[in-house]
Design a binder for this molecule. Structure first.
Ligand code: ZN
Length: 270
């Protein structure tokens, strides 16, 4: 099961970063995805020490954004911290339209300019920026990048230092999904594959994601697309859910690992 990475957000309500790292190490996992605000809660020195004591690598680092003056004011410090943690990639969170703004193309251009402006620092630090398109229902307030096609277009224009993360919950509906995953694969820009599920009904857009297997997404089918596109990295479990946050973190992780084994197979190396 070395091919599964947990995003700390999956258990963050009941496990701080130190507990989370220990839970991952107990399950022989080799990498984690982490959050800057969770590092601050336990202190950077302790977080780094625990990471190294457990021999864990950092896959994804959350995050740069939102793309407001305040959010961008922290961007450089976040990137430097991501580099200190040895992160493979850093997530971008563009945020939605500005207050009183109606012009989505302008907002999209502005976001792309921000990403372009970050790239020299990113390359200098040896990092990669990850564009993770979010579900279109989040365009108003969370993101201006809601399709893999749009993310691929931005990457085509910006070149080195930026790639995409494919999150099943956000992208499962897209009739161009296989073609766009293949396009990202040809460009060698798939940085991550996030798994979870889409529940019927979904009661909340941000905090009612499903555990893999509880919803309607053909996760094995999407994984096959990602593998055909040449992505050999881990599946990352990322579930934002009031229901799962209430449960014991160790139990949540064990259930997720069982589901991953059932859906994605047991013996692939990360
Ligand atoms: Zn995700």
């Amino acid at each position: 099961m070395a091919d599964v990475v947990f995003n700390h957000a999956t258990v963050r309500e009941r496990a701080d970063m130190l507990e989370f790292l220990e839970l991952c190490a107990q399950r022989d996992l080799s990498a984690v995805s982490i959050w800057g605000n969770e590092i601050e809660k336990v202190g950077e020195a302790r977080a780094l020490e625990a990471l190294s004591a457990h021999g864990l690598r950092v896959s994804g680092y959350n995050r740069i954004g939102p793309f407001t003056p305040e959010g961008l004011g922290r961007a450089r410090a976040e990137l430097e911290r991501a580099a200190r943690f040895g992160a493979d990639h850093v997530f971008l969170f563009t945020g939605g339209l500005a207050s009183g703004e109606y012009d989505l193309p302008v907002a999209r251009n502005r976001a792309e300019t921000v990403i372009a402006d970050l790239l020299p620092v990113v390359l200098d630090l040896g990092l990669k920026l990850a564009i993770e398109p979010l579900h279109p229902m989040l365009v108003g307030d969370r993101t201006v990048i809601a399709s893999l096609n749009h993310a691929n277009d931005i990457c085509d224009r910006l070149g080195e230092g930026v790639g995409v993360v494919i999150d099943a919950h956000h992208l499962w509906w897209d009739e161009q999904l296989e073609a766009e995953i293949a396009r990202a694969g040809r460009a060698g820009r798939i940085l991550g594959f996030h798994v979870n599920d889409w529940l019927i009904p979904t009661r909340h857009l941000l905090t009612d994601r499903g555990m893999m297997g509880d919803g309607i997404i053909d996760l094995a089918g999407i994984e096959a697309m990602v593998r055909r596109a040449g992505f050999a990295g881990p599946v990352e479990v990322e579930i934002f859910s009031q229901d799962w946050w209430r449960r014991d973190p160790a139990e949540v992780m064990d259930i997720a690992l069982e589901r991953c084994a059932a859906i994605f197979g047991k013996d692939r190396a990360a």
